[in-house]
Design a protein around this ligand. Structure first.
Ligand code: NI
Ligand code: MN
Length: 231
């Protein structure tokens, strides 16, 4: 599977020929500028962790243009249907799982909040465990640390964790090692940092501290990709 980072928490996952956009905040995202455009990006699936503008982003426009399947919690897909008239949706709720042709998705808890930019309630925020091509990805979403991360670490062999590290709106760099101990991912990719002043961190210092604690990390520049070999 090929994974491409668009800055902030936006990712593209190419899984078994399916193009999955995660939290496609592109047009207002300074890190995505010159890297990807909401007008031309390709998508078969749009996967959303919560309703905040820096995650829902360009979902409505991309879904309209591409006809992509929108996967999110019940409240978000209801909003996409009623407000944007987009019928290709799959609603879930925390703790539920579903087998898609491209992989098995488990919607996890995230400790955060979730409302649309217009104030509409967006349900509870989430993360996702994605089992695809024999691998397990953990898209943590916007979250603080929570104790049940230990259960995720016990139950799931996480190959790659996409971990928010920017602080202020989510957990910050000081939380990363505790969280990595709970989840025990083979690789940690930092997200949700350096997009705005409020979430600016020294990511090289973060890498050094994670490395010294025994955790493997990969910092992606916006536009960069990496491959996760099938297992
Ligand atoms: Ni948020
Ligand atoms: Mn956010």
């Amino acid at each position: 599977m090929k994974i491409t980072y668009y800055g902030h928490s936006a990712l593209r996952l190419d899984v078994l020929g399916t193009r999955i956009l995660v939290d496609p905040f592109l047009s207002g995202n300074p890190l995505a500028k010159g890297v990807v455009s909401a007008d031309t990006v390709e998508a078969d699936v749009i996967l959303l962790t919560h309703a905040h503008g820096d995650h829902f982003g360009d979902t409505a426009a991309i879904a309209r243009r591409t006809g992509a399947l929108v996967v999110a919690n019940h409240e978000i897909v209801s909003y996409v249907q009623s407000k944007h008239g987009h019928g290709r949706v799959h609603g879930m709720n925390t703790g539920g799982s579903w087998d898609f042709p491209w992989g098995r998705l488990i919607q996890t808890y995230a400790r955060h909040s979730s409302s649309f930019p217009d104030g509409t309630y967006g349900g509870n925020p989430n993360g996702y465990l994605l089992y695809a091509e024999g691998r397990c990805l953990y898209l943590m979403g916007d979250t603080a640390p929570f104790a049940e991360m230990a259960w995720i670490g016990e139950e799931h062999d996480v190959d790659v964790a996409f971990m928010p590290v920017g602080d202020n709106y989510t957990m910050g760099p000081d939380d990363s090692r505790r969280v990595a101990r709970l989840i025990a991912p083979a690789l940690t990719v930092p997200v949700h940092f350096n997009t705005f002043d409020a979430i600016r961190i020294d990511v090289e210092a973060w890498e050094r501290r994670m490395g010294a604690a025994g955790f493997r990390t990969l910092v992606l520049r916006p536009g960069a990709s990496f491959e996760v070999e099938p297992a």
